[in-house]
Design a protein around this ligand. Structure first.
Ligand SMILES: NC(=O)c1ccc[n+]([C@@H]2O[C@H](COP(=O)([O-])OP(=O)(O)OC[C@H]3O[C@@H](n4cnc5c(N)ncnc54)[C@H](O)[C@@H]3O)[C@@H](O)[C@H]2O)c1
Length: 359
């Protein structure tokens, strides 16, 4: 029997490990300062140090956060009992993984390599070297998403039959210099979070129809995507993503609408509306028989709390406190396969229209 809906009782926090291992971070880029380090400090996870080939950058960040900048990669690799946290550009992941001690625990920033071939190389490397690795698709672990999953698991929405993602906003792509000139941007770097969350909620789709394009006002390869994920005849799933809606805040949006057979959820993903400062996330739920939508009080936001929850599961898996590594590389590979299929679909012609009859 479905329990009575109580927004306060929804689980939106991942339990912490009893004895967290030291974290060794590779990469001293913007995401580490914006999310990894704030999350680990908030969660009380020890950071052993940071390695970046740009030693001055690593030193400045380490000093700011009261940790060590490793003088060399080999020094970073020697940290005993570490969790290796790769916050590096996707093309750098495989080379670092190939040097980690066999049997290590690692977290790889998304995407899992630049494309499906690199994801396959990463998967093979992890299997061959016994590395237990997860991909940092941390939106799954955002307080609003954990609460949503708990509400679904408790039956408050019934069978999920609809998923809509709608983004109309202005994303500051210039914040990520490593993106310059890359052939795959929007789906591979951004909507990949949504595709991963959809897979987490609904499983693998049968296939995908997608179109992803750039914008005449700039040279970022793609910034606008429309996609339909085919889940057969019971579930409708569509993503409408426009990073070029740069006309002021009033009609901008970053939201999911998830409907079930006897309830629905609305989520606002605040971070993207003013990245990386962000607005608060929101989760609203309407259950069957309720007169109105209920706002779920959230304890935390996607950035940085999801990063702490993501790391907590990996830490607890390493210590044996969790028996499942959520979003392990086997799972991450399947999100990469969905991304690959979306790019293939986008490059393929759509169903053409019949020409107007001449007579
Ligand atoms: N929501 C998210 O999960 C999220 C958000 C932003 C970025 N990212 C991902 O995080 C990664 C880093 O993004 P960023 O914005 O910090 O990029 P950035 O360009 O600001 O920083 C990347 C850093 O990695 C360093 N680096 C390169 N090769 C390295 C190596 N072999 N060892 C150690 N350091 C190395 C570079 O010197 C640079 O300082 C990317 O894969 C990106 O896709 C994820």
């Amino acid at each position: 029997m479905t329990e009575v809906f109580d927004p306060i009782r929804l689980q939106q926090f991942w339990p912490r490990p009893a004895k967290p291992r030291p974290i060794v971070i590779f990469g001293a880029g913007s995401i580490v300062g914006d999310a990894h380090l704030p999350a680990y400090r908030k969660a009380g996870f020890p950071v052993a140090g940071i390695f970046d080939p740009d030693l001055a950058k690593a030193s400045a960040l380490a000093e700011q956060w009261g940790t060590t900048a490793f003088a060399s990669e080999s020094e970073a690799l020697q940290t005993a009992g570490a969790i290796f946290d790769l916050a590096t550009p996707p093309a750098a992941h495989a080379a670092i993984l190939s040097k980690l001690p066999e049997g290590s625990f690692a977290l790889l920033q998304k995407p899992m390599g630049s494309n499906l071939d690199e994801a396959t190389e990463i998967l093979r490397l992890c299997r061959a070297r016994g590395i237990k690795a997860a991909v940092n698709f941390q939106l799954r672990f955002a307080p609003m998403m954990l609460a949503l999953k708990d509400a679904i698991a408790k039956g408050h929405l019934g069978e999920i039959v609809d998923f809509d993602a709608w983004l109309a906003l202005a994303t500051p792509w210039g914040l990520w210099p490593f993106l310059k000139g890359l052939p795959r941007i929007e789906i591979a770097m951004h909507s990949i979070h949504y595709l991963d969350v959809v897979r987490d909620l609904l499983g693998n789709p049968l296939g995908v129809h997608a179109k992803t394009i750039g914008h005449p006002n700039h040279d970022v390869a793609q910034t606008r995507t429309a996609a339909i994920l085919d889940y057969g005849d019971r579930i409708r799933c569509a993503l409408s993503i426009n990073h070029d809606h740069d006309f002021g805040r009033r009609f901008q949006a970053c939201e999911f609408r998830i409907s079930g057979t006897n309830g629905a959820a609305y989520l606002k993903l605040g971070v993207n509306l003013d990245y990386p400062r962000g607005e608060p996330d929101e989760l609203w739920i309407k259950t069957e028989g309720a007169s109105d939508w209920v706002s779920v009080p959230l304890e935390g936001t996607w950035f940085p709390d999801a990063f702490a929850n993501r790391m907590a599961n990996l830490q607890r898996f390493a210590s044996g406190e969790d028996d499942r590594l959520v979003g392990a590389v086997e799972d991450g590979w399947q999100t990469m396969a969905l991304v690959e299929a979306a790019y293939q679909s986008s490059a393929s012609p759509a169903t053409p229209l019949s020409p107007l009859p001449k007579e």
